[in-house]
Ligand binder design. Structure first.
Ligand SMILES: NC(=O)c1ccc[n+]([C@@H]2O[C@H](COP(=O)([O-])OP(=O)(O)OC[C@H]3O[C@@H](n4cnc5c(N)ncnc54)[C@H](OP(=O)(O)O)[C@@H]3O)[C@@H](O)[C@H]2O)c1
Length: 274
């Protein structure tokens, strides 16, 4: 996601410095016109706004608080925008530290997978420092088709978990519908056609349905990340004393898929457990 989003920034004519813990992964972006930073600290020190996109809460914390992390390079006036999907508590911890250095923080997880990242059609969910949101709008327009400002830090993280709770449930149910239908002698193609003609037709079923039928394993959204999001949504439910019976059941299915070793495959691989 991060490399595709950074490419959008470079193509939009912004002055971009990139970093990845595996330096060779920056090659394509450098060819496109980006500069390469040696450490997150150096990138933060030398740029007005840092955009981060890493896998999970631990990665976000490492990137920020590590010995050569972003935090060490931030000064007053700088902005830090973490676009990774994490839980609200992780985001708040990073926000407090960033603000402690006189810099500004925005969490901005995204809805949309690798193709929307490539096309610049992500939906960006942002919360935190409003002036940093306003300052980032040009970059958000290069990366996304819409952005929402949702208030204080933690709110965008919650929105993202709410959205992915629906994604996980839909993915699992589509798999169950196809499994039951085909076992009952229907064709998968017919099941998908009938679903798409009715009120439950949606772009996700149109993409993932044929993938499941063809056993196409192209990775768009790694299963391990959706398992993480369902786990974080379940944790948020506990924290807010909100019952989430279906989410917990779906999370369990994804957890078992992860245990089966399918974490680096697309979320559609979850149907194999059926
Ligand atoms: N893929 C999607 O469809 C999608 C959609 C919406 C949101 N998201 C969210 O976006 C984030 C990134 O997803 P992705 O699909 O791009 O995942 P990914 O392909 O697994 O990439 C994760 C990135 O995080 C880096 N990373 C992991 N741990 C790190 C650490 N401790 N320190 C520094 N860097 C670290 C990885 O570095 P290496 O390259 O060195 O491994 C890699 O660049 C996740 O939070 C995910 O939930 C993904």
């Amino acid at each position: 996601m991060g490399s595709r989003m950074a490419a959008r920034l470079v193509r939009a004519g912004l002055d971009v410095t990139v970093w990845n813990r595996n330096a060779t992964k920056c090659g394509d972006l450098v060819s496109l016109g980006a500069r390469q930073g040696a450490t997150p600290r150096e990138v933060a020190a030398e740029t007005d706004v840092v955009f981060a996109m890493v896998s999970d809460p631990q990665a976000s914390l490492d990137l920020c608080f590590g010995p050569e992390g972003v935090l060490a390079g931030l000064n007053s006036g700088h902005g830090y925008v973490d676009m990774s999907t994490v839980d609200p508590a992780t985001s708040r911890k990073i926000a407090r530290a960033v603000e402690g250095r006189g810099a500004r923080f925005l969490e901005a997880p995204v809805s949309g997978t690798k193709k929307p990242a490539e096309d610049g059609t992500l939906v960006i969910l942002a919360s935190g420092d409003k002036s940093l949101y306003d300052q980032s709008l040009g970059a958000f327009e290069a990366m996304g088709k819409a952005s929402f400002y949702l208030g204080e830090v933690g709110q965008a993280a919650k929105m993202k978990l709410v959205v992915n709770l629906v994604l996980g449930g839909m993915m699992e149910l589509l798999g169950e519908a196809l499994a039951l239908g085909t076992k009952g002698g229907l064709t998968g193609e017919d099941v998908l056609k009938v679903l798409s003609e009715g009120a439950m037709g949606n772009p996700m079923f149109q993409v993932k349905g044929p993938m499941i039928l063809k056993q196409d394993t192209t990775v768009s959204f790694p299963l391990k990340h959706l398992e993480k999001d369902l786990r974080l949504a379940a944790g948020l439910g506990q924290e807010l004393h909100q019952k989430l019976p279906v989410t917990l059941a779906v999370q369990e299915v994804f957890r078992k898929a992860l245990e089966a070793g399918w974490g680096d495959e697309d979320i559609a691989a979850v149907v194999r457990s059926l």
